[in-house]
Write a protein of this length. Structure first.
Length: 436
């Protein structure tokens, strides 16, 4: 018996009925007004979707089913390590309950049993030039696995709408189970001459990922557990989650939907930012001639960067107006395990220096660090210094929240997304009428 699937079926069926009743009675209730600046500004802040697995508050940061990151670190099972297991977070996002150790072990076993990657996926990867960016490889590998989609197969066989969530759940579980193997294969192929490491099926999901990457340090394994947990979701409006949500609204299968999400994540204004941050830090210490620069040296470099019309990567966020709790979680980890690391020290000095400088400009809504500002320094400490791979790590984690949300979308009968667009001419005429 699949206990997680049964819990999800029970909860989603009840919520679907509740939503239908609410819309029948209150469907014409006005939620808010859209400003012209939002129409032209990337639909920023417009409430247009329902996304169950997490929500983002400008002051408090991300909450997964109501739980903050510090609370999750206290409540989620940790298995053999100190950091929360990503399996526990997936369970929470899917059914809104903190799982027991036994339930997490069950889910680990499920993912182990589903982790076989089709041979043709490796064939696709091996056909690519060795210097192909890891995110391109990752995207193609995900797309290639769509040949195994339960949703596509059952849809072609005529399954009813009431079964959409079930097929989506099966694809979601299989996809998550396979991603560490795929990502590790790309890493070893790209940076270690194709010297691949077989999975260790006795390990939990993140620990096995660390093993297949080739890292033996137990604290690195714990870092992977933490990394996979805190990067898993960031409500539905971020580019990668919304892309998957949009594609899946067409009833495209979860593989194709997630591949589209990874196309969004690969952009420098989204997931690729973690790569840009560490490049900026290494360029700065190289320009300053020291890996132990003073706060004054860093301040001058930051000011000169801004004066040249460039941004400070890793600072600012579309929603947050406080330091990102995901940054804080990584800082706490670093304080416990690697506080003497030179690049980590630079990250902390930037944390002291950058916000006051950005704040003094009077134009920056959020001068605080986001999640990307710390992750690269932690990875480099352990020897994972191939920063073009960092966004793949982000992608493996982001699958947890994205595909859990897809299960909910199909369970609640989410519609095809079709927002209304306007032309600039329409906008001009609209403003003219308002003036008149």
């Amino acid at each position: 018996m699949n206990v997680l699937k049964e819990k999800f079926k029970e909860q989603s069926t009840a919520l679907k009925a509740e939503v239908r009743a609410m819309l029948k009675e209150h469907g014409d209730t006005v939620v808010g007004e859209v400003k012209l600046s939002q129409v032209f500004g990337g639909a920023r802040g417009i409430k247009t979707m329902v996304y169950e697995t997490s929500e983002l508050d400008a002051q408090d940061g991300i909450r997964f089913r109501g739980y903050s990151i510090p609370e999750l670190k206290e409540l989620l099972p940790t298995g053999d390590g100190k950091e929360p297991l990503p399996e526990g977070l997936f369970w929470l996002m899917l059914v809104g309950e903190i799982p027991t150790e036994e339930e997490v072990r069950w889910l680990t076993g499920q993912w182990i049993s589903r982790s076989h990657v089709p041979e043709h996926t490796f064939t696709v990867l091996d056909a690519l030039p060795i210097d192909t960016h890891p995110m391109i490889q990752f995207n193609l590998a995900i797309t290639s696995m769509a040949t195994d989609s339960c949703f596509s197969k059952r849809y072609s066989e005529g399954m009813s709408k009431g079964e959409y969530w079930d097929a989506t759940f099966e694809d979601a579980m299989n996809l998550i189970a396979r991603l560490p193997r795929v990502a590790a294969y790309i890493y070893r192929r790209s940076y270690h001459n194709g010297d691949h490491i077989a999975p260790d099926l006795t390990l939990d999901w993140a620990a096995n990922f660390a093993h297949m990457l080739g890292f033996k340090d137990e604290t690195f394994t714990d870092l992977m557990r933490l990394y996979m947990t805190i990067h898993a979701d960031h409500e539905g409006g971020n580019a990668s989650a919304h892309t998957a949500f949009l594609i899946n609204s067409t009833l495209a299968d979860p593989y194709l939907s997630f591949a589209g999400a990874m196309g969004s994540l690969a952009g420098p204004l989204h997931g690729l930012a973690n790569q840009e941050v560490i490049k900026f830090i290494l360029k700065m210490v190289d320009a300053l001639g020291t890996r132990n620069p003073s706060e004054e040296q860093i301040a001058e470099y930051v000011k000169s960067t801004l004066a040249a019309g460039k941004v400070i990567p890793g600072y600012g966020h579309a929603v947050l107006r406080q330091p990102d709790p995901r940054f804080t979680a990584q800082k706490v980890f670093a304080e416990e395990h690697l506080q003497d690391d030179e690049i980590v020290q630079v990250v902390w000095k930037l944390f002291k220096v950058v916000p006051p400088i950005l704040d003094s400009l009077g134009k920056v809504k959020n001068p605080w660090p986001n999640v990307d500002s710390h992750s690269g320094a932690l990875l480099i400490h352990y020897g994972l210094d191939q920063y073009s791979f960092y966004t793949v790590l982000f992608g493996v984690s982001r699958a947890l929240g994205v595909v859990a949300a897809l299960c909910w979308s199909r369970a609640l009968g989410g519609p095809l997304e079709r927002p209304k667009s306007v032309t600039t001419k329409w906008a001009k005429e609209f403003v003219a009428k308002k003036k008149a």
